[in-house]
Design a protein around this ligand. Structure first.
Ligand SMILES: [Fe+2]
Length: 270
């Protein structure tokens, strides 16, 4: 995200959000393509420059490309064959780095590094929204996660959502789930696509779906695939906000009504 045209396009998009009076912005991960903190910084600075870098204005989660530098993983692995435990530790550190980097948007306060899962409850005049964010990025493993693009949501995170005090705080809220990976894996019905799709999938998507039902989520927002897509599974609407890199004038807009009704559309700027 170093390219001048991309930076201008980001300014245009954020200007538009402000002009349109957007209440809250959700960025569903993959801010960088090679786990580069410089890319995170650009997003942070651009949000700040447009007055959007505030807990109640924006939410950001990590994507696999923010945490895993595939080329580096492979190079180190081939040269040193490091122990899985060491690699897992390096992964956890990078995810913590991300959460600390964007801490103001996650906890809204200083201190505390355990970012996921987190629940953000925002009171708007007409509706109270709860954004329930989970980390679905899963470490690179040579056989099991060869592209670093396969996802998993740890059972600890899923369990945390069903704790009584969490469920109590979500009552009376319009609940939105958020993670980086998609529930729906297949982009097409072609067998050749399906043969490769497992490398991009959310491994425990059925467990995730159950957790979303437990918290009574009406919507789940995600990213990962570069498609603008909305689909429904067991009464829950999933929305993939697409890709800024491939379509920098396009985004997903969500209007939520007082009665828990909502309307979603993809908008393209002129
Ligand atoms: Fe991704």
């Amino acid at each position: 995200m170093q390219d001048r045209h991309q930076l201008e396009a980001l300014d245009r998009l954020f200007d538009h959000f402000n002009a349109a009076g957007v209440d809250h912005l959700v960025i569903s991960g993959d801010l960088s393509s090679n786990a580069d903190q410089g890319d995170w910084r650009i997003v942070k600075e651009k949000l700040a420059a447009h007055g959007l870098y505030h807990w109640e204005k924006s939410t950001v989660i990590a994507g696999n490309h923010d945490v895993i530098n595939l080329e580096e993983e492979m190079r180190f692995y081939n040269a040193l064959n490091p122990l899985p435990l060491l690699r897992k530790r390096a992964f956890d550190r990078k995810l913590t780095d991300f959460s600390l980097f964007f801490q103001e948007l996650i906890t809204g306060e200083e201190g505390g590094s355990k970012a996921f899962p987190f629940v953000k409850i925002i009171n708007f005049p007409s509706v109270r929204i709860a954004i329930t964010a989970l980390n679905s990025v899963y470490p690179w493993y040579p056989a099991e996660n060869p592209l670093g693009a396969r996802g998993l949501i740890t059972s600890g995170q899923l369990r945390a959502l069903s704790l009584e005090h969490v469920l109590a705080s979500l009552r009376e809220c319009f609940v939105i789930g958020l993670c980086h990976h998609a529930y729906r894996v297949y982009g097409t019905d072609s067998l050749i696509d399906q043969a490769f799709d497992w490398t991009m999938e959310l491994k425990n998507r059925e467990e995730f779906l159950v957790a979303m039902k437990v918290i009574k989520a009406k919507l789940v927002l995600h990213g990962h695939f570069h498609r603008f897509q909305s689909y429904s599974v067991d009464g829950i609407t999933f929305i993939n906000g697409g890709s800024f890199r491939y379509s920098p004038q396009r985004y997903s807009e969500l209007l939520i009504g007082r009665e828990g009704d909502f309307e979603q559309k993809f908008i393209t700027l002129p």
